[in-house]
Design a protein around this ligand. Structure first.
Ligand SMILES: C[S@@+](CC[C@H](N)C(=O)[O-])C[C@H]1O[C@@H](n2cnc3c(N)ncnc32)[C@H](O)[C@@H]1O
Length: 306
């Protein structure tokens, strides 16, 4: 995340110590938009107040206003990380939007296993992976669909802006309540241990996924194009112009014939639709059309398995 922009102090305005005035809210909204791309409409003000109050308490500060003053006096990257982490939505689950994993199992994984060079790596990216349930579902499906030899060709990168989510994802340990009601075959595919209060993901799957902190607003790390990208329920929190600027980067990051999964309320619109063909519900396949002016890499960023 970059440095905080210098704008009007947060401590001005008419709000009391536990609330945000309109100026304060606009400043916070500006911070998270610049840092993470999140678009916060004024209707979210009560949510922002309540989450930041909680963070202020956790930091041992007397009230929200003290936290605002501290942000204003910053910029402290750790405080900014806390604000972004508090205001992002991390909801996820194993087999979320299960129809995507059906297409993956029935069509995409068999095609990838059979196609091209049988020794070439097959690259997957879960962008905005939260605490890891999406890439672990993908890894479990690979295990089911592919032979051991084919599965060793898979390279699964999973990234998120939130370091706490990535740490949780690497641990692969979840509250038992989060798998409640999951069918036995899926539990068996995903889980190694099931205790009364928590479950752990199979170590074979944990070894298969490489987790990294990465902000989609920053240069993208890939040296090679991906075969399959999941970026689901992430761009929904961005504004239209940022979303439009991301489609060419996805087009450049996915090889022709590769696949892009989006979340249930996300769509590619605008000129970049020419670089993709709609291949299912919120599923797009990359066409041969070159991505105009896209530079996904730009150097830097976390490493991706070659
Ligand atoms: C609602 S979760 C989606 C998780 C998963 N993809 C799914 O659909 O179940 C959205 C995730 O996007 C991440 N995120 C938000 N802004 C981001 C950014 N600029 N770069 C990378 N990740 C971001 C959040 O931290 C959060 O974990």
């Amino acid at each position: 995340m970059g440095a905080l922009p210098q704008t009007r102090p947060l401590t001005g305005g008419t709000a009391d110590a536990g609330t945000l005035g309109p100026d304060d809210f606009a400043r916070i909204a500006g911070l998270v938009r610049d840092a993470a791309g999140l678009s916060l409409s004024p209707i979210k003000r009560p949510m922002v107040e309540s989450r930041l109050r909680k963070q202020a308490r956790a930091l041992g500060l007397p009230d929200l206003r003290s936290f605002l003053a501290r942000l204003d006096a910053g910029p402290d990257p750790e405080d900014l990380r806390i604000v972004v982490g508090a205001l992002t939505t991390n909801i996820t689950s194993f087999y979320r939007e299960p129809h995507h994993f059906e297409v993956l199992r029935q069509t995409i994984l068999p095609t990838l296993a059979a196609g091209r060079d049988r020794s070439a790596p097959v690259r997957f990216w879960s962008a905005g992976c939260s605490d890891g349930m999406e890439p672990y579902t993908l890894a479990a499906e690979l295990d089911i669909a592919w032979s051991e030899a084919a599965a060793t060709r898979a390279r699964i990168l999973a990234t998120d802006i939130d370091a706490e989510m990535i740490a949780a994802a690497r641990a692969g340990r979840y509250d038992a309540g989060r798998v409640k009601g999951m069918p036995p075959d899926r539990r068996a595919a995903l889980l190694e241990t099931e205790q009364a209060d928590h479950v752990t993901v199979r170590s074979a799957l944990r070894r298969r996924v490489i987790f990294n902190v990465h902000n989609l607003l920053e240069p993208w790390p890939m040296r090679h194009p991906f075969d399959v990208v999941f970026c689901r329920n992430v761009v929904i929190y961005f504004d239209d112009s940022l979303r439009l600027s991301l489609w060419p980067r996805f087009a450049a990051a996915i090889r022709p014939g590769g696949w892009l999964f989006l979340g249930h309320s996300e769509r590619i619109v605008g000129p970049m639709l020419g670089c993709f063909r709609q291949a299912g519900t919120t599923l797009y396949q990359r066409t041969d059309t070159p991505a105009p002016g896209a530079a996904p890499n730009g150097g830097g960023g976390p490493d991706v398995p070659a």
